[in-house]
Write a protein that binds this ligand. Structure first.
Ligand SMILES: [Zn+2]
Length: 197
């Protein structure tokens, strides 16, 4: 009886494990308060994604918050609808925040960037030179590439490189919903924009 109970418990745990989200990763000791805040913000960005894609934007949404938790900007990727390959959600968010605050250096504002997928190689550069202090993302690049076919570039040791520069990173937040939104984008026949090779 005990043996059967043990096997059943194990089987249930195994099944549940198949549905749990990817483990949150960071380049600092994980702070659960930060993870909880990021989960709420990222889940709200994921909910907004469909209204952005309905207007022709790409399937990535980013927001910048200040240190008191106030929203500074929220934008989506606009590569297709604005015909610019640089217009990823993170780049658009940084440009909008710098314009709003009237500065090229966001560092004194202690800002946090939240985004529905791991930043690509271009956006890592954009984040690094903007002065953003913390980055929180949902779906990791590998999964973005598996689901959508977008090319996220090559990014060796970027968690460590960001840490050296004082930029905190948290990844794999609310991935289940994030992956579903990307899958819906593909299933709805939306454009996978990339250069011809
Ligand atoms: Zn990007």
């Amino acid at each position: 009886m005990m043996k059967r109970l043990f096997i059943m418990t194990f089987a249930v745990m195994f099944l549940l494990a198949g549905n749990v989200e990817a483990k949150v990763i960071s380049n600092e000791k994980i702070d659960q308060t930060k993870v909880e805040t990021a989960s709420k913000i990222i889940a709200s960005l994921q909910k907004d994604m469909k209204s952005f894609t309905a207007k022709g934007s790409g399937p990535f949404v980013a927001a910048i918050y200040d240190s008191k938790g106030n929203l500074v900007v929220k934008v989506a990727n606009s590569v297709v609808n604005e015909q610019c390959s640089n217009n990823h959600a993170e780049m658009n968010a940084i440009k909008a925040a710098e314009k709003k605050l009237g500065t090229f250096d966001l560092a004194p504002y202690n800002l946090k960037l939240y985004v529905t997928a791991e930043p690509c190689m271009m956006c890592l550069g954009g984040i690094m030179w903007s002065g953003i202090k913390e980055v929180y993302y949902s779906v990791p690049s590998k999964r973005v590439e598996d689901i959508t076919g977008f090319d996220e570039g090559f990014k060796p040791h970027w968690f460590k490189e960001f840490k050296k520069r004082g930029i905190i990173v948290y990844g794999n937040i609310e991935t289940e919903l994030g992956e579903q939104e990307l899958q819906d984008y593909v299933d709805n026949g939306k454009k996978i924009y990339k250069p011809t090779r």
